[in-house]
Design a protein around this ligand. Structure first.
Ligand code: NI
Length: 183
């Protein structure tokens, strides 16, 4: 397995819609998924989209720790050609961070409840529902497939900050600050 370099904001590959995967018989697909998982772990992220490793295809890997999903872990999942459908209009705000935007964090509204589907490595389509942080991770990662980085979703630009500065400010005030893992 190989750890791949992560593209940072400004790179052309992060700005465009990525292509559907059509060839599920390509043996390079499994190797690429393994490399994405290794790269995500090495970077201590919870998610990674293929354009972030400079490959403009519709592939995402992610997991959700139990502590972030009401005690139920969402195990490592590789999504190919994912599709998201919001279940209702409810949205929530939380700080997000991104491996392609190192050091920064910002408050992003996301749909709270979604249904999503994706193809697995065999091409079979899987359907799931997600809520809260799980739904947020999926929306953040799938945005990468459409050339969107989270700063483009920040509504209150005064929330955009360096994560370590924000943390230091919260510590000084004795406040709890929940910063999301990077994806
Ligand atoms: Ni990201």
């Amino acid at each position: 397995m190989t750890t791949l370099p992560i593209a940072r904001m400004g790179a052309e590959v992060l700005k465009h819609r990525a292509a559907e995967v059509t060839d599920f018989s390509d043996p390079a697909l499994e190797t690429f998924l393994q490399d994405m998982v290794e790269t995500m772990h090495a970077a201590r992220g919870v998610g990674l989209a293929a354009p972030q490793v400079s490959k403009p295809v519709r592939i995402v890997v992610f997991f959700v720790p139990a502590a972030r999903n009401a005690g139920q872990e969402i195990p490592m999942t590789a999504m190919i050609n994912p599709i998201i459908t919001p279940l209702d209009d409810a949205k929530n705000d939380a700080y997000e961070a991104c491996l392609s935007v190192p050091g920064l964090t910002g408050m992003v509204p996301r749909f709270t409840n979604i249904r999503y589907s994706y193809q697995d490595i065999t091409g079979a389509r899987i359907e799931r529902e997600a809520h809260g942080f799980h739904a947020r991770v999926v929306q953040h990662e799938c945005d990468h497939l459409d050339g969107i980085l989270y700063p483009q979703r920040v509504v209150d630009m005064t929330s955009l900050a360096f994560a370590d500065v924000l943390q230091a400010e919260a510590d000084a005030k004795g406040e709890d600050l929940e910063l999301d893992e990077e994806g």
